[in-house]
Design a protein around this ligand. Structure first.
Ligand code: KG4
Ligand code: ZN
Length: 349
């Protein structure tokens, strides 16, 4: 399965077979957007257009292939112009190869990323236990999602304002740390003392929702009262922030896991790369859950998670859809495989 991901600011393609990543190529546009301190949609789609052919070509070459059996692309959510580039590329290849094409929800990609065996990884790809609770934390989302069986999802809670990654990005900007802020805050936090800069935990009792915009205000007042922070103070602030965000996310996940009696816990999205969050999330294993976090290379946007979500979808699809894949190579136009309506992530569309 070839997976193409172009929903935001990474042009990505990967080849995945049975949960194993055979190749994964990510061309980041961070340098392009850095001077604007955020993603500029028009520049993003243009850059995707310039890069997509070489990124796909390299993913196929790295996997030692000149074609794939099926093509998956991110159908949404994301920037409309950027998504379109991936979709057209996938449709072109599906037409050329006369193979099935599958549209994938970006968030389902992040959910299943933790199951993937990275390139060169040893052992078998992961298999999650159900019911499953997924925490997706990225630049655009902070979602707590319950999955009672593969392919079925219910969003329990989401952010009411800033997503966790967005909060990191905005606070990093206030601290003059550049864009994207999440990785910088993560790196500096390792040298800081969280207890020297405590921040509130926005727990919103009685709801599964999150709210991280108050952290910006807290940082604003600290900077106003304390003046410009030196390097040590910045490190302490980063440590305090990482601790507060990770603690809030993990505590709510633990509460929901208990309430909905899940067996598996899975972490996904760009912020899943955060060291404090990974440590705290993995510690939930002590409560008896099966816990999975994605390989560091598969936390931020990539094509492998899209290919894997499509592969899983295909395994769950109706027999007629599976036969379409088995009948390859076929004639005529490509068969577009949509997820079974029952599997659609309606609340995310
Ligand atoms: O999943 P992703 O690549 O794109 C979206 O779908 O949004 O996530 C990007 C987000 C950014 O906000 C970035 O600051 C954050 O993930 N991020 C991190 C780390 N690496 C990326 N946040 C905290 N710690 C990190 N190590
Ligand atoms: Zn993402």
């Amino acid at each position: 399965m070839l997976g193409i991901e172009t929903s935001c600011d990474e042009t990505a393609a990967a080849v995945v077979a049975g949960g194993r990543v055979l190749s994964s190529v990510v061309s980041s546009q961070i340098r392009l957007h850095r001077r604007y301190r955020g993603v500029v949609p028009e520049l993003a789609s243009r850059a995707h257009l310039q890069k997509i052919a070489s990124v796909v070509g390299r993913a196929l070459a790295d996997a030692g292939m000149d074609r794939a059996d099926a093509v998956a692309f991110t159908a949404g959510p994301g920037l409309v112009g950027s998504l379109l580039v991936g979709k057209v590329a996938a449709e072109t290849l599906a037409r050329l190869w006369r193979c099935p094409i599958i549209g994938v929800n970006h968030l389902e990609g992040h959910i299943v990323a933790a199951e993937l065996l990275p390139p060169g990884g040893e052992g078998a790809p992961g298999r999650m236990r159900y019911p499953l609770l997924a925490l997706i934390v990225s630049g655009g989302h902070t979602d707590l999602v319950l999955s009672v069986r593969p392919g079925r999802y219910r969003v329990l809670g989401r952010t009411r304002d800033d997503a966790a990654g967005e909060a990191f990005d905005k606070i990093a900007r206030m601290l003059g740390l550049g864009y994207p802020g999440g990785p910088v805050i993560d790196r500096l936090a390792a040298a800081g003392r969280a207890e020297a800069a405590p921040f509130p935990r926005p727990l919103l009792p009685g709801s599964w929702d999150f709210s991280f915009s108050g952290l910006k205000t807290a940082v604003h007042y600290r900077l106003r009262d304390e003046g410009t922070p030196d390097r040590r103070r910045v490190a302490d602030l980063c440590a305090g922030l990482s601790e507060a965000v990770a603690d809030t996310l993990v505590r709510k996940t633990a509460d929901a896991a208990k309430r909905f009696r899940v067996r598996g816990l899975i972490l996904g999205g760009g912020v899943a790369a955060n060291a404090v969050l990974r440590r705290k999330f993995l510690a939930l294993e002590h409560l008896g859950y099966q816990v999975a976090v994605p390989h560091l290379s598969l936390c931020t946007d990539n094509g492998a998670m899209i290919a894997h979500a499509a592969g899983r979808m295909l395994a769950l699809a109706r027999p007629s859809a599976r036969r379409a894949l088995a009948a390859l190579p076929g004639k005529g136009s490509p068969r577009r495989l949509r997820p079974d309506p029952a599997l659609a992530l309606r609340s995310w569309r």
